[in-house]
Write a protein that binds this ligand. Structure first.
Ligand SMILES: C[S@@+](CC[C@H](N)C(=O)[O-])C[C@H]1O[C@@H](n2cnc3c(N)ncnc32)[C@H](O)[C@@H]1O
Length: 404
């Protein structure tokens, strides 16, 4: 590129009626940034014709030079025209439930923090897990004593979020991980995860400590390095917990975590088990064995897409029925969250009439609208997210590792 060339970047959204709307930079008229008159330049028109609905593409084109120096305009176009049924069938991944993972910024301080920490988070629990955890934690943290703990930290997005939420309340977050990836799965885990999944290309503990400092959370978020079998039995602090996030994928890891944290949970404290509806099934099996031994029948609050939360001491309502896996589920955390509900409605609106993804979005809305104690709602939830489960199922061994 010539030295005098200036690259001007801007984001445009092409609306359903074909207008071009500027998203950024915010203070320049579209006619200026496009370097042309009000009508879209031919390259943009072509890009729009070729783009899939919702697709983001970046194109570069030289502007007719007016004044000194060449200018290159870099336009990022988000095409939002409605999908045709053929496109819908071809590109199911762009619609419900997948678009729910990319609904733009969530509101308020928690929403901003979640967005800012996206780079350190895995999807899921980003964004809806983190959003729901923030809502539930903020509801209880003034009445329920104790710190927070995360077992399975990876790049640290959830620990950092918990740190920001709890700092003002003088609580700490203990963040336990090998920072070397998963240990060996066992026969209690269906085939999917591999030893060493979530290793990083650079030392993960050092990176995490650097981000903790950068985020102003030194002495709030406390990293604890090592495999749980070694670290959890030695853990003196925290004595009491108001929140625990168990996100370690494997039976042994989750079982060891439950043994280490459950008795420390304050009454009313929240315990999250991630990957509960993952095909690998280790976390769900660990919970069954742990709670059966303890003679506890938990009420599992479903968190989109595959986590569950338990409130320490909460009994399932007497009229609730167990599903075939022996568990009792509630959908209230999702059903009562206006931000999730609104995003779900938007996702439904985007789908094409009669498409599979429209039926599935509608089904999830029906499940959330159903206040009955039916045990069948969990089956309907699983059916609504069929495309998501299919996307992560692996029947053959992987020859690549999950990297962070
Ligand atoms: C799915 S990642 C955690 C994602 C993270 N919670 C987030 O919100 O982005 C799972 C993590 O659990 C850790 N892990 C699993 N089993 C472990 C064990 N037995 N001991 C230590 N770390 C373990 C892995 O190293 C990995 O970093």
């Amino acid at each position: 590129m010539h030295e005098a060339t200036k690259v001007i970047s801007y984001d445009l959204v092409v609306t359903e009626d074909g207008r071009i709307v500027r998203e950024s930079p915010p203070d320049q008229p579209v006619s200026f940034v496009a370097g042309v008159s009000e009508s879209p330049p031919p390259r943009i028109q072509q890009a729009l014709r070729d783009a899939q609905p919702g697709e983001v593409r970046t194109i570069e084109f030289p502007a007719q030079n007016r004044g000194a120096g060449a200018r290159i305009f870099r336009a990022t176009i988000r095409a939002v025209r409605p999908a045709t049924p053929a496109e819908c069938a071809q590109k199911r991944g762009r619609f419900f439930p997948f678009d729910l993972f990319d609904m733009g910024p969530l509101p308020g301080d928690a929403g901003q923090a979640i967005k800012r920490l996206e780079q350190y988070s895995l999807i899921p629990p980003y964004p809806w897990g983190q959003w729901i955890y923030a809502q539930q934690l903020l509801k209880i943290c003034t009445q329920v004593p104790g710190d927070a703990i995360e077992l399975g930290v990876a790049s640290g997005g959830t620990s950092l979020l918990l740190g920001h939420l709890l700092k003002a309340h003088g609580r700490q977050v203990f963040s336990l991980d090998s920072f070397e990836g998963l240990p060996q799965p066992t026969s209690r885990d269906n085939r999917y995860f591999l030893a060493g999944d979530y290793e990083g290309d650079e030392p993960l503990l050092e990176r995490f400590c650097g981000v903790v400092e950068q985020e102003g959370l030194t002495n709030v978020v406390i990293p604890v390095k090592g495999f749980f079998a070694d670290t959890v039995p030695e853990l003196e602090q925290p004595e009491h917990l108001c929140f625990a996030h168990l996100d370690s994928d494997l039976y042994d890891s989750v079982y060891c975590s439950l043994e280490g944290v459950y008795d420390r949970m304050s009454p009313g404290g929240i315990l999250i088990i991630d990957d509960f509806f993952h095909h690998a099934q280790g976390p769900a099996r660990a919970c069954s064995v742990f709670f059966n031994k303890a003679r506890i029948q938990p009420l599992y609050h479903v968190v989109f897409p595959y986590a569950v939360g338990i409130i320490k001491g909460e009994e399932p309502p007497a009229n609730c029925r167990r599903s075939l896996d022996g568990n009792i589920y509630a959908f209230d955390w999702l059903a009562d969250d206006p931000v999730f509900r609104e995003s779900l409605e938007l996702s439904l609106d985007r789908t094409v009439p009669d498409s599979g993804s429209r039926k599935q979005a509608r089904l999830l809305i029906d499940v959330l609208d159903d206040n009955s104690p039916s045990s069948a709602n969990i089956y309907r939830y699983w059916a609504a997210l069929e495309d998501f489960w299919d996307g992560i199922s692996a029947t053959r061994s992987r020859d690549w590792k999950i990297k962070i």
